[in-house]
Design a protein around this ligand. Sequence first.
Ligand SMILES: [Zn+2]
Length: 122
Amino acid sequence: MPIHRFCLACGREYAFDEERCPACGEPSLGHDFDGDLLKALAHPIPDVAANAARLLGQRQPAGALEALLRASQSAEPLRAEAALEALASFDDQQAHARIHEALGDSRVRMRAIAQSLSRPKA
Ligand SMILES: [Zn+2]
């Protein structure tokens, strides 16, 4: 699998050997891609957090499950929705319980996402 970087400024994923983000010019961070993703989950720009959530769901590094469970409780909709979707990729009781809980969320979109994630896969 190719090694990528993740831009903490704009959320873009890009090749590891780049010294700057090709999208926004932000200097590349260190070598801890998963650590950067975990930090980015709390990024003030919701799109950045949502992108981080998706990648954490795919990569499932240590600490990702707990961080996504927290982020899925966020009052910020994009962050919470992406975190909830990412939780569906974990084969984990807590993740499933959180999705079930979100069926009763006060927000329509969160409920709809929880519903689509709760359907048995064909
Ligand atoms: Zn960038």
